[in-house]
Design a protein around this ligand. Structure first.
Ligand code: ZN
Length: 138
């Protein structure tokens, strides 16, 4: 079962420029900036209530985020829904004929399990499912 919206990720060319909207204009702060070499991306995490906004900046020409920016420009990259049981959610989506990019969960940050749903299933918006380790959430 889906628990809540976990985060919204926005593809940006430059974190320092894009984050000004949140920091200077809205008075929010960046909790941390992390580089994820395997995804060739730098991520700024901004907390809004119990939801996170992630700004994704490519660190290489061949980063998936570079490709996204070339094709669609800056903007909404994906949203992420937190689920109690990711395997159950995937099975459920399969039963409804929804196409998955990940047929089975893979390991995400901080011991989470994640799986991506094909954007065609959600009006062109890439959708991520996440399950946190037992008893944890953020
Ligand atoms: Zn995400």
């Amino acid at each position: 079962m889906i628990k809540k919206l976990d985060h919204i990720a926005i593809a940006v060319r430059n974190i320092e420029t894009a984050s000004k909207f949140y920091t200077e204009h809205l008075g929010l702060s960046i909790a941390k900036i992390e580089e994820v070499p395997t995804e060739k991306v730098r991520v700024a995490f901004i907390q809004v209530g119990d939801i996170w906004i992630e700004l994704l900046e490519p660190t290489a020409e061949d980063s998936p985020i570079s490709k996204f920016l070339d094709k669609r420009g800056e903007g909404l990259h994906h949203l992420c829904l937190q689920t109690h049981d990711i395997q159950e959610s995937i099975t459920n989506l399969h039963q409804h004929g929804v196409r998955m990019l990940d047929e089975s969960p893979r390991i995400g940050a901080k011991g989470t399990q994640v799986a991506f749903v094909h954007p065609k299933a959600n009006a062109g918006v890439l959708t991520e499912l996440v399950q946190y380790p037992e008893g944890e959430s953020h």
